[in-house]
Each structure stands twice: as C-alpha cells, then as structure tokens.
Design a protein around this ligand. Structure first.
Ligand code: FAD
Length: 493
C-alpha cells in the first residue's frame, strides 16, 4: 500500500475539463489527463482495502458494480503513487486491452464500489487509468507485440466494436490468424460511429486499430457479412467464427407525424456527423445540420446526451431533452433518492455545456410526446407533449399517468429519437442459423457458444446494448473459449 493516510490528506480531483463555452466551438475531447504530481496524490488516496470491491465486477439486477474486467486497481494506484509508471502500465494492460477507451468513457462502476466513497468522494480511478495509458503511448512504451508462433488456426470475427477488437487481440496473441469483418468504412464499431469525437477522439481509436494491424490482425472493412460475403463462405474458410455484431437496431417512435422531415433516429444523426467530420471536416455537407434550429432530443440516456452535445457544437438555436421514464441516474426524476454514480455515464458534460450556452438545464422529466406536426412542405414545425405523473399501483408497481391541462407545444425543426435499442440486426444471424432470444443472440454468459458448432457470440449482440467495459470483458472471455475449442487447452485467462 502507498500512503496509509493518503485518503485523509488529499481530496478527490477529476481530470481537468475544458471550459464548456470554449469547447463547444470545436470537436476536440473535453477532458484531459492528470499531471504527474496530481496523479501521484490521487493514487495515494487508495486505501488498498482488504476486499477491493472496485476490482470485483458483477451485475446485480442489471446494474454493474465493480470492474467487469477485474482491473488490478489497488496495485496500479499504489504504483503511480510511487512514480512507477511503467510497472503501473504493465499491470493495467494485464486485464484491459484498451484502457484508452475505458479511461475516457467508462461510467466507472469501479468508483461506485470504492470503499473510500463510504465517507469521502471515491478515488479517481478512471482518470488515473487514462493518465497511465496516455503516458504509455506518449513515452513510446506501447509497441507492436508480434506473436512469435502461429497455430495455423483461422478465426473470423464479425464486427469491429470493442467486443470484436478485444477477442481479436486475445486470439492473435494466442497465435491464431484473425480476420475482422466490418460493414462500415472504418473499424471501431460504436467507438468510431456512435460515441462522439468530443468524448473519444477518433485518432485514439485509429491508433489502436493500426497497432492491432501491425500485430498481424487483418481488418476487412466495407464488407457486410450476410451480403458481401456469405455465412457459408466464412464457415468453410475459418475454423471458428465470432459474432460481435453489436445491438444497433434502434427503437423508433410510432406516433402521429413521425414522417415529417427533420425527425431522425439518434444514430443517423451521430454517425453522419462523425463520418463527415472524419472524411472532410464537414466540407462534404453529408450530415444533419442543426445550425440556427430548435432541436428536441427524445430519450434521457447517454445517446440522447451525445445528441445534445452535438447540436450545441453545430450552434443550434435551442435544445431540449425529454425523458419520460428515466432509467439512468443523470436523467432521473427529482424524487429519485438513489446515489449517483461518480461518473454518471459521462452524460453531464452535455448538460454543463447546455447550461453554459443557454443558462439552463436542457432536461425535461416525465414528459410524453403526443404528436409531431409538420408544415405544408412536410417539414417538422412543432412537437406536442403532456406532463406525466409517476404513481404506484396496489402491487407497488410504478406507472405513469397523464396530468390533464399540462399539454404544451414546442417549436422544433429537428427531433432526434434516442429511446434505446431493440437488439442486433437479424439477416446475418439467420444466415448462420443461430438462435436468438429477445432479439439477442442466444449464447450463455461465460460460454458464448451458439446452437451452431464453431460459431460463438459476444458483446452487445449477445447481451443487448451495454457498456464498452462489458464488451471488452466478453471479447476476452469468448477468445478464451474459442482457444479452448480449437486447441483443447487455453493459454488465455
Ligand atoms: P458495437 O460497438 O456495436 O460494434 C458492432 C460492429 O459490428 C459495428 O461496427 C457494426 O457495423 C458491425 N456489424 C454488424 N453487423 C455486421 C455484419 N453483418 N457484417 C460486418 N459487420 C457488422 N458505453 C460506454 O461504456 N461509455 C459511453 O460513454 C458510451 N456511450 C455511448 C454512446 C452512444 C451514442 C451509443 C450508441 C453507445 C454508447 N455506449 C457507451 C455503449 C457502447 O458503445 C457499446 O456497449 C459497445 O460499443 C458495444 O460493443 P460491441 O463490440 O458489442 O458492438
């Protein structure tokens, strides 16, 4: 243990964040790593508890506590306190293939489980993690690790999100030949075309893909499995296949006026914005532009918050976010008494920015959209809502009821629908004849085998829309199972 009295001497600091008014003028990341001195003090706050709950990840009733990839948090906290950066990096990389992603955008359930947080603010684990990995890249300590021996086994991975990337990394290091198929023009899944640039700069994702390529992984982009290449072709060419296709099928709103021009699914908005930024710095005009317009985001989760922050950077005239049934702490109703996650899904950045620009919180709670109205050209003109009341029935179940007289009309030229995801897309799954359950691939957590021999599944495609850290967890574990399947024993943990 580092400094026994560290948690009493030093207060928690967050990684510094750029001024909201300045940062909405560009698309650069809004947060930055700690200085060396701050890092050491923040590491010293770790108590190295007898039972490090931060390190022990689990899911309880759908909520994550602790680190799903069992990061060796107390160890690297101690190492950075002592200034042993390189060793801290080694320990970090032992369990986490991509700390540069989680250190930026993980909601940090580890901090929610930190024992220091019983009386004081939690240890700033996420910012420490980010600082260690950024230093590792800066110092040139991270170089391609090219496997010395190859097993002769070939594996196809469908989908290049964090689940696909983590499984590819593990299997490549175990000596197998890995090819990752991706239907988009760039690899990275939602790391690239989902999470906006100001949360995770795309150079960071590209840097990792380049490293994995140098280590021997083949990436085949612009190739949709099931369309450009069939399941049969892949099955005959490869010894095993992993389906890591994500859960990007978005839930839509079936409501009067939905066909009006200006109403989009959130992912159409976020994806087109990032692609245009990367392709041409917006010169191609191939994105949905909200400049000077009134924007409404329907949905109170992190996808919705990312739409708010994107519209602010486009210089929208106004932005409001509706949450009918808040499921995340940051979008909760004022009567929600549950403690907040220290990092609240990285949502608050968007609200701080909206507050700085317009002087108010964009969130509206317990509100229900009743219809969308368009003008004579079919363009969206306004949105009608009613306020909802949250009540309990005789069985103690919550339900929402409209409050008469609270009808309201909102001017809007753009609406972005961010009300969740239904599951993974089906065509590729039916070609592989894999069973699904509730629009997810039917494969048991910890085993990852589907009903088809040699075909495995991991990440959001199996679990439903979740978190990067769970995708990495499943990517690592499915790799272990595939290694075992191919070799009869496994070198992977
Ligand atoms: P994905 O990342 O969805 O990757 C799946 C890939 O498979 C995609 O690239 C897709 O194009 C490809 N694919 C699908 N079908 C085919 C096919 N037939 N052929 C070839 N390729 C195919 N999580 C966090 O932890 N922190 C956050 O801040 C955060 N923010 C988010 C913001 C948004 C807007 C969204 C939508 C999600 C966010 N998440 C966040 C969730 C996180 O991004 C996902 O849980 C994670 O990316 C899932 O990883 P995955 O590899 O399973 O799937």
């Amino acid at each position: 243990m580092g400094k026994a009295t560290g948690f009493m001497e030093y207060t928690r600091e967050k990684a510094s964040e750029r001024n909201p008014i300045t940062r909405i003028k560009d698309w650069k990341e809004y947060s930055s790593p700690f200085s060396d001195e701050t890092l050491s003090k923040q590491g010293a706050r770790c108590m190295d508890c007898g039972t490090p709950f931060c390190h022990m990840g689990m899911e309880i009733k759908g909520a994550t506590t602790g680190c799903p990839i069992n990061n060796l948090i107390p160890e690297w906290n101690d190492l950075v306190y002592r200034g042993n950066w390189k060793e801290a990096l080694d320990r970090l990389l032992k369990t986490n293939n991509f700390p540069e992603f989680t250190g930026r955008v993980c909601p940090a359930p580890c901090e929610g489980s930190c024992v220091v947080a019983i009386s004081d603010p939690a240890v700033a684990i996420k910012s420490i993690e980010r600082t260690i990995i950024d230093k590792g890249f800066e110092e040139g300590w991270i170089t391609p690790r090219i496997p010395q021996n190859r097993t002769g086994k070939k594996i196809a991975i469908i989908g290049s999100g964090p689940a696909g990337l983590a499984s590819a990394d593990q299997l490549n290091q175990a000596g197998h030949s890995v090819t990752v198929y991706e239907r988009s023009d760039r690899a990275g899944g939602l790391l690239t075309y989902g999470i906006p640039n100001m949360k995770l700069e795309k150079e960071i994702v590209e840097r990792r893909i380049t490293l994995l390529t140098q280590e021997g992984i083949d990436f085949v982009t612009n190739t949709e499995v099931g369309k450009d290449i069939t399941a049969q072709e892949l099955r005959s060419e490869y010894d095993a296949v992993i389906l890591a296709t994500g859960a990007q099928k978005q839930r839509d709103l079936k409501i009067e006026g939905r066909e009006a021009k200006g109403i989009h699914l959130a992912m159409e908005y976020l994806t087109s914005t990032t692609k245009s930024l990367l392709d041409s710095n917006f010169k191609d005009g191939n994105y949905i532009d909200t400049e000077g317009k009134d924007v409404i985001v329907i949905g109170g989760g992190d996808t919705g918050a990312d739409c708010v922050a994107t519209a602010l950077r486009q210089n929208c005239r106004s932005v409001v976010q509706f949450g009918k049934h808040p499921i995340l702490p940051a979008s909760r109703m004022p009567d929600n008494m549950w403690p907040e996650y220290p990092n609240v899904f990285s949502l608050d950045y968007a609200y701080a920015e909206a507050d700085a620009k317009f002087g108010k919180d964009p969130r509206q709670y317990s509100i229900q959209t009743t219809k969308m109205v368009m003008d004579e050209n079919g363009d969206l003109k306004e949105l009608h809502t009613i306020q909802m009341e949250k009540l309990k029935d005789e069985n103690g179940q919550f339900f929402f009821k409209e409050i008469p007289g609270t009808e309201k009309v909102w001017p809007a030229q753009f609406v972005f629908i961010a009300i969740g995801f239904e599951g993974t897309e089906q065509p590729v799954l039916s070609q592989f004849s894999v069973n699904t359950k509730n629009q997810k691939i039917d494969a048991k957590y910890g085993e990852y085998t589907t009903n088809i021999d040699g075909v495995f599944a991991a990440g959001d495609a199996r679990r439903g829309q979740s978190l990067i850290v769970w995708a990495i967890n499943e990517g690592r574990e499915v790799a272990r199972e595939v290694d075992l399947y191919l070799m009869g024993a496994t070198v992977l943990s």
